[in-house]
Write a new protein. Structure first.
Length: 513
């Protein structure tokens, strides 16, 4: 009965249909607006937008379940699609450094997120077609412009409403790229849809040199009446997974009016964003129907907990679908599910194992200043996702490969502690605390089956190996494989045959690192 409810509540086909329907509504709304109020686009553009949606349809069934909002960089330093801003902001106390090139413009800048509601960004824009005002012989190179801006989240996203933000850019000085906007973003499955109203260059205006009252054109634009020319912008970001995103936008910017700019063929920019590492992101885009752009950004937290160490964190709540997946999983799959959720909660170097009635978790606490808070978070994830047959938890916090704190506790004691039926002193009375975890690991791994190193698709990953059997060069013979078929097999991700000594060193480095 539980399975029937789950499938009827979460059918991928229905979710996909709903996502595509909402995406089409957004694009059709923009097209309709432009056709009625700003003149007709080129004939091939609506067909391109439709093709974009059809192209990404086959991938949606796998991506919609785990999709979550992401504050991804635009081609410039601020969070956005390509040239258009979104309502997303960098998480609290996270920083981004950005280098990118889009045809005539080179961008060097950064941004910082504060309080999960505010993002401050700044950059230097180098215009490749114009020499600096000091002249070509001054050795200063191309023309450079400094700009900065901010974005404030007014309404945070939940299941029923979008995230809404206001913002501005190029707040002081020449106002070459002055803009202010009101924008909303909402997740529908793997789609992150954005729709906004923009002024300044976002409405096709030229904001530089427009001041008649002072020498600060940017400030005059920023403080000007809101009843000025306003235009619609929007876009879609499709998350294949946490690392790969396909982004497309409609841009009302009149690039030929920008300093050093030229006329565009199409008001569409699209491309890919990829997280090569958690802190190292790559971008590639096709801009304005004729130019290629690329970007590299470094994004990372400054300190655990940031400015919001006092903020009460939302409790972990496993969905019915996730709990059912954990219930159906074997030991290996269950360990993978729990490891993924612990990683998503902000921990790094996570490794898990399930053996008989016990669960082993170890991780680096890169999020909380308090180890007690870190253990409580991991406890909450483990308690909700493990079936009743798991009665003992081993939780370990480590640093540089060394376990610093190991806590063994009965499931019922953990549950009572999380529900405040057991205070910290009483909980530690029932629990077993070990500084380095050696005794706990020996206890957990007792009688654990031997793992065999052989040629196979199952590569050594984040699951634990207590004992491993390594054969001589070339692996095992046919008769030996028959004798060892009852044991789990793992392989190394190398195309060559290794000597046993080399294989031993490789396995050891995989396990230790």
């Amino acid at each position: 009965m539980l399975l029937q409810i789950r499938l009827s509540s979460y059918p991928p086909a229905i979710a996909l249909e709903g996502c595509l329907h909402k995406a089409n509504l957004l694009l059709l709304a923009i097209i309709d607006y432009r056709n009625h109020y700003r003149g007709h686009w080129r004939a091939g553009l609506p067909g391109f937008l439709t093709s974009f949606l059809i192209l990404i349809t086959p991938f949606t069934a796998n991506a919609w379940v785990n999709a979550r909002p992401q504050a991804l960089a635009s081609i410039q330093s601020y969070t956005g699609i390509w040239d258009m801003p979104t309502a997303r902001v960098l998480p609290d106390w996270h920083m981004r450094f950005k280098i990118s090139k889009a045809d005539l413009y080179d961008y060097y800048g950064g941004a910082i997120g504060l309080f999960d509601r505010l993002e401050l960004a700044g950059q230097i824009t180098e215009i490749n077609t114009i020499d600096d005002c000091f002249g070509p012989d001054a050795g200063y190179g191309e023309y450079k412009d400094r700009s900065a801006g901010a974005r404030l989240v007014l309404v945070q996203e939940d299941e029923s409403r979008p995230q809404i933000a206001i913002g501005f850019y190029d707040a002081t000085g020449t106002a070459l790229f002055g803009q202010r906007y009101l924008v909303a973003s909402k997740m529908f499955g793997p789609f992150d849809l954005t729709l906004g109203l923009g002024q300044g260059i976002l409405a096709g205006e030229t904001t530089s040199g427009t001041s008649s009252t002072s020498q600060d054109a940017a400030f005059d634009f920023l403080t000007s009446s809101p009843a000025r020319k306003t235009d619609l912008f929007g876009g879609i970001e499709y998350h294949f997974n946490d690392d790969l995103t396909l982004s497309a936008e409609y841009s009302p910017i009149k690039y030929e009016k920008l300093k050093g700019g030229k006329e565009k063929k199409y008001p569409i920019n699209f491309g890919l964003k990829y997280k090569l590492l958690s802190w190292f992101h790559l971008q590639a885009a096709y801009m304005r129907g004729e130019d290629f752009a690329w970007g590299v950004n470094f994004q990372f937290p400054l300190e655990p907990e940031g400015f919001l160490a006092w903020k009460k964190e939302k409790p972990f709540l496993a969905s019915e679908r996730l709990r059912w997946q954990a219930f159906e999983a074997d030991d290996k799959k269950l360990a993978e599910i729990i490891a993924n959720q612990v990683k998503k909660s902000g921990f790094s170097h996570v490794a898990t194992a399930v053996h008989k009635n016990s669960l082993w978790i170890e991780a680096v606490n890169a999020k909380y200043l308090s180890n007690a808070r870190a253990l409580a978070r991991i406890f909450s994830i483990a308690e909700q996702l493990t079936p009743e047959r798991i009665s003992i938890f081993y939780l370990n916090l480590k640093n540089k490969g060394q376990i610093l704190l190991s806590l063994k506790a009965q499931r019922e004691d953990v549950k009572a502690f999380l529900e405040s039926r057991l205070d910290k002193e009483a909980f530690l009375t029932f629990a077993d605390l070990d500084l380095y975890g050696d005794e706990h690991w020996d206890e957990f791994a007792e009688n654990k089956d031997i793992t065999v190193l052989d040629f196979c698709e199952n590569k050594i990953g984040s699951t634990f190996i207590s004992s491993i059997l390594i054969g001589c060069e070339g692996g095992f013979t046919k008769d030996e494989r028959i004798l060892l078929k009852k044991f789990e097999k793992v392989g190394l991700d190398v195309p060559t045959i290794l000597r046993s000594e080399t294989a031993t060193v490789s396995v050891a480095s995989k396990i230790l690192l």
